[in-house]
Design a protein around this ligand. Structure first.
Ligand code: EPU
Length: 421
């Protein structure tokens, strides 16, 4: 397994080109199953999770090619409606093929996603949405077996214990676009990635209104056509590098992205001493204070502070001036990074789903273990400012969600390299 070595103490200064959003492009690729015509998706990042989704589409019988930042799903039908355990167990987002398969072919057999290090991730809301459209669901031998004679529109309340769900909204939406009559999804997720999916479905001919709001209204159509779509910039990659500029006291220009999807982060970075300038072509970010200021953060559904930036924000305030409090309201157990940050000299205690971070003057490089994608990014950020060397094991998590991270950081002055094992 590869390791990343980060030598701390170098400011990030320069330009970073932001890639397309992983969490937008995965369901968009799955949505191509809703038509037999060709779809071309561009601004697709080169990531492990994207290859997994391409392999799943291929295993279902579709001919898929990656050419640069484009993925071309050629004209054709699926020849198999089973997404196997081998595929789904490597990536939870594989469950996004459930909605389009049932929508277009009226049947699907998808492995039930298993456990996850960031905490329990049930799929009850996905199944609730599909059942409301008339789908019969059986769970057998670890598979979700879904069948429908016909799909009929319905009014569906999709809120759960932790608010709305991104992929449950996606699955219900994708199953409803070819259903008979009108579907109204209430408490739909409003994340920009859902909006991007809505725009792709609209370009395929779907009739959807309410984009970006908690009420999505779908009038079923008979057939969808092929379409071209360019994926939105990745707001989590953007946010990670924004934090990178502030934590190192450097200055970055993040190209091809927007603060519009990161207003909650921008607000918190201002509190911590960050200075952000919006430009047509991107975001300029630096720190105007000598020290990082402490802050309080609560993760919420969009447009609240994203859970996918919680760990990175925690790295930032470990060296903040004062006490910061971070509360996780989406995944109450998503805190595995705390013990690793404490190994680097941070002072963090956990009380339920609230972390109390007493700022320390500096971190010290140490061997640490990446546990999930965003926790890995948090350790890279901590490593950039720690004294000495940080050795991050299990970096395959990073490769799932950050395109060419070492290359992008090295170009801005970081000392970071990969050791192949
Ligand atoms: N939930 C339920 N029942 C469900 C589905 C979700 O109770 O049927 C709960 C979850 O347990 C969680 C909350 O609802 O407490 C929100 O989960 P959500 O369904 O929105 O998560 P997701 O759609 O499975 C996507 C991203 C995650 C991101 C979350 C929250 C993709 C592929 N994944 O997951 O991204 O953390 O939304 O914003 O879009 C990541 O990129 O590192 C990542 C984990």
């Amino acid at each position: 397994m590869d390791k990343l070595i980060v030598e701390g103490g170098h400011k990030l200064v320069g330009n970073i080109c932001i890639s397309g959003a992983k969490n937008a492009c995965l369901p968009i690729l799955a949505a191509a199953l809703l038509t037999e015509e060709e779809c071309v998706i561009s601004n697709v990042p080169l990531l492990k999770d994207v290859s997994t989704m391409i392999n799943i589409l291929a295993s279902l019988g579709r001919d898929v090619k990656k050419e640069g930042d484009k993925v071309i799903i050629a004209r054709g039908r699926v020849t198999n409606v089973t997404a196997s355990y081998e595929m789904v167990s490597t990536m939870r987002a594989s469950v996004a093929v459930l909605g389009p398969l049932i929508g277009r072919y009226r049947e699907a057999k998808v492995s039930f996603p298993g456990g996850c290090v960031i905490g329990p991730r049930p799929i009850d809301l996905h199944l609730k949405g599909l059942r409301a459209l008339g789908v019969d669901i059986d769970i057998k031998e670890g598979y979700i077996i879904a069948k429908a004679k016909k799909l009929k529109g319905n009014r569906i309340y999709l809120g759960g214990h932790f608010g709305s769900s991104v992929l449950a909204t996606d699955n219900t939406l994708m199953a409803s676009v070819l259903a008979e009559g009108e579907t109204i999804i209430e408490d739909a997720a409003c994340e920009p990635e859902v909006t991007d999916l809505v725009e792709f479905l609209q370009s395929m001919g779907a009739d959807i209104s309410g984009k970006g709001t908690p009420t999505l209204r779908v009038r079923g159509v008979k057939k969808l056509k092929g379409a071209k779509h360019s994926v939105i910039p990745d707001r989590i990659e953007t946010g990670t590098y924004m934090i990178g500029a502030v934590i190192t006291g450097g200055k970055l220009f993040l190209e091809g992205t927007t603060v519009d999807h990161n207003l909650a982060l921008m607000d918190k970075l201002h509190e911590c001493g960050g200075e952000i300038k919006e430009h047509k072509s991107g975001i300029e970010i630096s720190r105007k204070t000598n020290k990082i200021k402490a802050t309080d953060v609560t993760t919420l559904t969009y447009p609240g502070f994203p859970t996918d930036l919680q760990a990175q924000m925690m790295s930032l305030v470990t060296i903040g001036d004062g006490i910061s409090v971070i509360t996780e309201k989406i995944y109450p157990e998503r805190f595995i990074h705390i013990s690793e940050l404490n190994r680097m000299g941070a002072n963090i205690i956990l009380e339920g789903s609230t972390a109390i971070i007493k700022g320390v003057p500096s971190l010290s490089g140490a061997p640490v273990m990446a546990s999930d994608l965003r926790a890995s990014a948090a350790l890279v950020l901590a490593g950039l400012v720690a004294d000495g060397k940080t050795e991050i094991a299990r970096v395959y998590h990073l490769d799932r969600g950050y395109e060419r991270i070492e290359e992008k950081l090295t170009a801005c002055g970081a000392k970071i390299y990969r050791v192949k094992e």
